[in-house]
Design a protein around this ligand. Structure first.
Ligand SMILES: [Zn+2]
Length: 120
């Protein structure tokens, strides 16, 4: 197992999911752009720690949020890229999240907060 930290609990609330290079690559593939597009994105702050998929063991990540958005077709890829780079326009409602590797639903619900701390 790698000792590279996958997340960081913030004193002001929330948990930063630290974006890994593997996740950058995956998000690039999902959105048809180079992984380096997201080179400056350090991670995103969520309401809870990552959870492991109970079927395949993958840790929940920003790539799963992107996978869900692309799959639902609710956002264009261009808008999703802009959101990843500049933060969401507002806080999100809590929603379910599916594993981007095997499509199993992660346990619980997930949300992010205001855009102000998206990249910190
Ligand atoms: Zn899975």
């Amino acid at each position: 197992m790698s000792s590279y930290p996958t997340e960081e609990v913030l004193a002001e609330g929330g948990v930063r999911w630290i974006l890994s290079n593997e996740e950058r690559e995956h998000i690039g593939k999902l959105l048809d752009v180079e992984a380096s597009t997201f080179g400056n994105v350090k991670g995103n702050v969520m309401n809870r720690s990552r959870v492991a998929c109970k079927k395949c063991g993958k840790l929940s990540g920003l790539d799963d949020l992107v996978y869900g958005g692309v799959g639902l077709g609710v956002h264009t890829k261009g808008l999703m890229i802009d959101t990843l780079l500049h933060g969401p326009s507002g806080a999100s409602p809590a929603h379910a999240l599916d594993c981007s590797r095997c499509s199993e639903q992660f346990e619980g619900v997930f949300l992010w907060f205001s855009p102000s701390n998206w990249h910190m």
